[in-house]
Design a protein around this ligand. Structure first.
Ligand code: KIV
Ligand code: ZN
Length: 518
């Protein structure tokens, strides 16, 4: 068995309607485009009757997104359904999603209707929706607390009227996996026309079981999962898209089902949602949290360095994260420290490593995390008399159309500040020449890249440079909201690595490798 499970993303509907997650028109459009790149099968774009804003964004998303089905939610009334269709009509693949509650609790306290009335509403709603659109999804709200015989009756009627997808929500996140799987199995066994529709699961996370219940659902025959990025949604949220997709992928040998999602877009999608809503995820969030591929314990770091399979069940690259991180902190061991020094361009002898490790553990006891600059300081202060490095004191540039770009740079080394000016092909080139004049180190630029690591006008740009000096390659990195300052600091960072490495002339093999200090 290797059947496909359809991914129905409801980030823009069930997710967006929850506290702290609202998005405006442009933000929803941007998110929808990213969901299209992620290759979800269905984007539930909103609830058009709920507000003019929801209507307009569903309409626009329906017009511009051509690679996914677009669904819009409606209660089981003609007015809601007609409004949903008005917004959806231009979609390449429109789907009307209509729902009504089926549990006695909801019937008695919320709808104040009998089971017969709700059955009739279902029939009328699906029948009317089918006159507008081919693809009709019907949901039994609060299904997991509904009478199974009654659900089967309603589902059979909805399919008879032309429903193509039947969704069985655990609206209040009450079910546990075995029970929820049994509901799906019972529907498959007891509804005679069930093969004419796709069965769908929609699980909220009130007991933290949204993903587990969704998996139980598909293992019992459901073939669509409704979920949201980062698991946003009402109360404790919905099943997280990234978790269901990666669970199906990572445990394919066990579950035997696949999705069409382009998993390498997961991280980007998750970060975009966070930046649009300001709704942050916890560090240890599965798949996309800061710690999801970070290792600090010495034993784990040692295992990771020997073979990542020891402590990672999927690769960070598979979800669009560049690499795992070995966080240097008080739990780290000598192996990880040695490795990090190597990456910085230093091959320490056994005694040097011991001295560095002793200094490192003292710093790590005081700080949560030990960064590369701390490690270089350890080398300078504890291990050997490496020279002090340069820091940027001031930078002034002039450039423009038909002007020769000029830069004046002041660098501090120890207590001494030196200043010089130079011209160049643009302000960055001019500043690099000024640095060469001050340091006497001439680096040939092999690579320069700048990328935005945050959003908006004041986005932070991360600059990476790769330079070569006397045949040795050094990397430098910096992040700044000012791209020229960032570019100068990145170059200086590479020069600093070169100057400390040069000092260690006795070991040229130390630095004749790439990858230092990024
Ligand atoms: O949780 C739920 O029951 C829903 C339905 C409207 C599908 O979101
Ligand atoms: Zn829901």
């Amino acid at each position: 068995m290797n059947e496909r499970v359809y991914i129905f993303d409801t980030t823009l509907r069930d997710g967006e309607q929850s506290p702290g997650c609202s998005m405006n028109f442009e933000e929803k459009l941007r998110m929808a485009r990213q969901l299209e790149r992620l290759q979800v099968d269905v984007i539930e774009a909103g609830f058009p009757i709920a507000s003019e804003g929801d209507f307009e964004s569903v309409k626009e998303i329906a017009k511009v997104i051509r690679g996914c089905s677009i669904a819009a939610l409606s209660r089981a009334t003609k007015g809601d359904i007609a409004r949903a269709w008005e917004a959806l009509q231009f979609a390449a693949r429109p789907r009307i999603h209509t729902f009504i509650a089926t549990s006695d609790i909801h019937l008695k306290y919320k709808l104040k209707k009998s089971r017969e009335q709700v059955l009739d509403d279902t029939v009328q709603a699906v029948r009317f929706a089918k006159t507008l659109c081919d693809d009709i999804e019907f949901s039994c709200e609060d299904a997991s607390r509904s009478d199974i015989g009654y659900i089967c009756q309603i589902v059979e009627a909805a399919i008879a009227e032309g429903a193509t997808v039947i969704n069985i929500p655990d609206t209040v996140g009450y079910a546990i996996p075995e029970e929820y799987g049994a509901i799906i199995r019972a529907i498959r066994e007891r509804v005679p026309n069930i093969e004419k529709a796709v069965l769908s699961v929609h699980c909220h996370n009130d007991l933290g079981l949204g993903v587990a219940n969704s998996l139980a659902g598909v293992m019992n025959g459901a073939r669509q999962i409704e979920c949201t990025l980062n698991g946003i949604g009402e109360r404790a949220g919905n099943a997280a898209l990234e978790e269901v997709v990666m669970a199906l992928r990572t445990r394919h040998e066990k579950v035997g089902l696949h999705t069409n999602v382009n998993a390498e877009e997961i991280f980007k999608s998750s970060r975009l949602l966070t930046s649009l809503t300001g709704m942050h995820i916890q560090r240890n969030k599965a798949i996309v949290g800061d710690n999801a591929f970070a290792h600090e314990a010495g034993i784990h770091q040692d295992g990771m360095l020997k073979n990542a399979i020891t402590y990672e069940i999927m690769t960070p690259e598979s979800v669009g994260i560049k690499h795992s991180t070995l966080v240097l902190g008080k739990h780290s061991g000598r192996h990880a420290l040695k490795q990090r020094f190597q990456e910085l361009g230093y091959q320490l002898s056994a005694e040097e490593l011991e001295a560095a490790y002793a200094a490192f553990t003292t710093i790590a006891d005081e700080k949560k995390q030990v960064f590369d600059d701390d490690l270089i300081a350890i080398l300078q202060n504890e291990v050997s008399e490496t020279p002090e490095t340069y820091t940027l004191e001031t930078l002034q540039v002039t450039s423009g159309l038909n002007l020769i770009a000029t830069a004046t740079v002041a660098l501090k080394k120890g207590e001494e500040v030196s200043q010089d000016s130079a011209t160049g092909d643009g302000p960055v080139d001019a500043a690099y020449h000024a640095i060469e004049r001050i340091t006497g180190i001439r680096g040939e630029l092999l690579d320069y890249s700048i990328k935005s690591v945050s959003w908006g006008h004041d986005a932070i740009g991360e600059v990476h440079v790769k330079i070569t000096i006397d045949g040795y390659v050094f990397n430098g990195r910096s992040a700044s909201t000012d791209v020229i300052t960032g570019s100068v600091k990145a170059y200086l960072n590479a020069i600093n690595h070169a100057s400390t490495a040069r000092y260690r002339k006795d070991k040229p093999s130390d630095v004749k490798r790439e990858g230092a200090a990024v």
